[in-house]
Ligand binder design. Structure first.
Ligand code: PMP
Length: 425
């Protein structure tokens, strides 16, 4: 079986041949059969060093033995019965211990569901329907999340979203003055921020600026939500809020919080989270804020998460991943300098981004930084893939605790050759 043959078959079975629009690739995607550590193999037997890492979910590396064992053990004892169980409790206690804002945690079935729930809770608590979000920040694909996720545009980047929903979403630049101006509208009760900065930190959000945004939101008395779906357990065991000592009211988590399996979570202040507490509301069956979901907190996911938590809590996994991303950024910047072309590798924690044509981001607008995918970015990603190195969509790449100096150096060799080809062509 070949990648081309599968992609031809996929075109009639799946819209666009894919299950996620960013997996679409011309001329065709690769079909992966196996992944282990920081490597994966396609149907043709080709090996890749992976810098996508399950869209940032596989922080410990693919198929970490502790997670595989926990999932196998639980699967034998029952995949899912839709009942309460001890592991969901243990899992929530880990989150409540690690995240400063977390007095309670509620699990969801995806990151998109987590931001959907957080916005519902914040609107219920504040009694205000309008939400302020930051230009270009991504919060999943539900109706209330998409407007403004494309930088420099307040158009909804999807058909099918009701205009009355879009009308409830305000957008401001990631600047304290812009946020303060927007919050003069006292119909806004919620601010949501992607804690990495826009799109995995492609448009960086420095600590001082995040602190200033936090302070502006606090002064306005709105419910402050940090979307830590990327930064949670990655920027530090307790996410960006722990690293930078900033406590929001609510936090959304996914990807790493589940040990890399499907799911998500909202955690935060007890008084807000308890709007979902049946016992204190109405007739015991209908809490003030409704939240359902068949697979929320399922035992299989909870088993994986509880196996991952001790490995994530010490900070060693993050230190390894961070140092490998730093090695990648340094090596790429050396390659740009040696090739004599303007370019920049940058990023925070275990994420790196590449900008072609600029040696600094100073003076660029977020829309200029993220005006992607450019022909150069496509040439870079395709060139790296041909060398056996898989990067994320757009400009980002991620490292995990399983990346080693040898694998990073292999990727850097490929980057030098790819850059040389891009200059030549
Ligand atoms: N928020 C952020 C910051 C994300 O990066 C993502 C996914 N990349 C989401 C929300 C949505 O999460 P999911 O894909 O699990 O729905």
């Amino acid at each position: 079986m070949t990648n081309i043959a599968l992609s031809q078959r996929a075109r009639t079975a799946l819209p666009g041949g894919v299950s996620h629009e960013l997996r679409y690739r011309a001329p065709h995607p690769i079909y992966i059969t196996r992944a282990s550590g920081a490597e994966k193999w396609d149907v043709e037997g080709r090996r890749y060093v992976d810098f996508k890492m399950g869209s940032a979910s596989q922080m410990l590396g693919h198929s970490h033995p502790a997670i595989v064992e926990a999932v196998q053990r639980q699967a034998e004892r029952g995949i899912f019965s839709a009942d309460c169980h001890e592991a969901e409790l243990e899992w929530a206690e880990w989150v409540n211990r690690l995240f400063p804002c977390a007095e309670r945690t509620r699990f969801t079935a995806s990151g998109t569901e987590a931001t959907m729930l957080a916005l519902r809770l914040a609107r219920a608590w504040s009694g205000k329907e309008r939400v302020l979000r930051i230009d270009g920040h991504f919060h999943g694909w539900h109706d209330h999340a998409l407007k403004g996720s494309k930088p420099g545009s307040d158009a909804a980047p999807s058909l099918g979203i009701p205009g009355c929903v879009n009308d409830l979403i305000d957008i401001c630049a990631a600047e304290p003055q812009a946020m303060a101006r927007a919050l003069q509208d006292d119909r806004i009760g919620t601010v949501i921020i992607e804690a990495s900065g826009a799109n995995y930190g492609c448009v960086p959000l420095e600590t001082d600026r995040l602190r200033a945004l936090h302070d502006v939101a606090r002064a306005a008395g709105v419910v402050l939500v940090f979307d830590e779906i990327i930064t949670g357990f990655r920027w530090s065991p307790g996410g960006r809020q722990t690293r930078d000592d900033l406590t929001p009211d609510l936090t959304t988590l996914a990807k790493v919080v589940t040990g890399g399996l499907p799911g998500g979570a909202v955690c935060g202040r007890a008084d807000i989270m308890d709007l979902m507490n049946n016992a204190t509301q109405r007739d015991g069956l209908a809490p003030a804020v409704s939240h359902k979901g068949t697979f929320n907190g399922s035992p299989l996911i909870a088993a994986a998460a509880c196996a991952a938590m001790p490995l994530l809590a010490s900070g060693e996994a993050q230190a390894q991943a961070d140092s490998m991303a730093q090695r990648m950024r340094d090596g790429m910047n050396t390659a740009f300098a040696q090739a004599g072309v303007p370019g920049l590798a940058y990023g925070d924690s275990s994420i790196f981004h590449v900008s072609f044509g600029h040696s600094t981001l100073n003076g660029l607008t977020p829309a200029q930084i993220r005006g992607l995918p450019s022909a150069q970015v496509t040439a870079y990603r395709d060139g790296m893939l041909a060398e056996g190195i898989d990067m994320m969509a757009y400009t980002s790449g991620l490292t995990s605790a399983a990346h080693t100096p040898e694998l990073v150096d292999e990727a850097l060799d490929a980057f030098r050759r790819t850059l040389a080809r891009m200059i030549r062509d």
